[in-house]
Design a protein around this ligand. Structure first.
Ligand SMILES: [Zn+2]
Length: 214
């Protein structure tokens, strides 16, 4: 069970006396792990975030949390699509977080398709089937190459009392965006997944055109 004695986030947008802090038991490689969990909401109801925390009781304040900011991907996370590495990255990140002394997962469902949404993402997939890479396909369907914003992630980390983090990511842009919003990233820990025949081109485009460290 998580440490119920630790203080909840300071500024959850809930009426006084209410909380959405709860315990979420999950299966990690056949082992039950109980995580401290919260729902957060941004400036509108579309911006909903799940926060999962692995923090056993009595973790010293000096411990820097290991944080994953995961963009939701229905095709990958839920249906294990092989076109991307999202499912494997999510599972690997959960395993690492649940082994860490203090680990945090911020899950952003509305960052689907790098923030362009499921509908446009599927349209972009169709363009990729015609030969475009992932960057060009987004442009061809009139979408941003990457529409994600990490301001809210930085606010949540600050709210959780974690303005200094180690970040589980291959994406230097996430670390840069957090730094610009007041969260100090002391280390980037890569989440590398072996490509398969479906994802090889997608991963190569991430490396060559989006500066991912993979
Ligand atoms: Zn994906």
């Amino acid at each position: 069970m998580f440490d119920k004695g630790s203080p909840p986030p300071r500024s959850l947008a809930l009426p006084a006396g209410w909380s959405n802090r709860t315990a979420l038991p999950i299966d990690v490689q056949g082992r039950e792990v109980i995580l401290e969990s919260y729902g957060y909401q941004g400036s509108n109801e579309q911006e909903q975030i799940l926060v999962l925390i692995h923090r056993p009781a009595n973790v010293p304040d000096a411990v820097v949390p290991l944080v994953r900011i995961h963009s939701g991907c229905v095709t990958g996370d839920v249906f294990r699509s092989l076109r991307c590495d999202c499912h494997q990255q999510l599972q690997l990140a959960l395993r690492v977080i649940c082994k860490a002394t203090y680990g945090v997962m911020l899950y952003f469902p509305y960052h689907e398709g790098r923030g362009i949404g499921l509908f446009k993402k599927m349209q972009a997939y169709a363009r990729q089937d015609c030969g475009s890479d992932t960057v060009d396909a987004n442009i061809e369907v009139g979408a941003a190459v990457d529409a994600r914003d990490y301001t809210l992630a930085a606010k949540i980390l600050t709210d959780l009392g974690s303005p200094v983090v180690r970040l589980l990511t291959n994406n230097p842009e996430k670390a840069r965006a957090l730094s610009l919003n007041g969260v100090r990233v002391v280390d980037c820990v890569p989440v590398r997944i072996e490509p398969n025949k479906h994802s090889a081109r997608y991963l190569m485009t991430k490396r060559k055109r989006m500066s991912h460290d993979i």
